[in-house]
Design a protein around this ligand. Structure first.
Ligand SMILES: [Zn+2]
Length: 79
């Protein structure tokens, strides 16, 4: 039981690190296609190239990452 809890904690730390990388990454702009989108503030993303702003996820631009989040939740439930 204790072993399982330790492994679970390690997984969570790894995932937290992944989220951290996503938060600082640049994303491709859905409008102009350039990888110039950066996080402005909480859930707001702005393209440095065309100036478009997007409301997105708190830690990454697209809902595709929301999919990842759902997948991670499913993973955790499986364990
Ligand atoms: Zn743009």
């Amino acid at each position: 039981m204790a072993k399982a809890q330790v492994r679970y904690g390690g997984e969570m730390r790894k995932r937290a690190a992944a989220v951290d990388r996503q938060r600082v990454a640049k994303y491709a702009c859905p409008k102009c296609g350039k990888r110039k989108v950066k996080r402005e503030c909480y859930a707001v993303w702005k393209c440095r190239s065309c100036g478009a702003t997007f409301a997105g996820g708190a830690y990454s631009l697209t809902t595709a990452v929301g999919e990842t989040g759902r997948r991670i939740i499913a993973d955790v439930k499986k364990r």
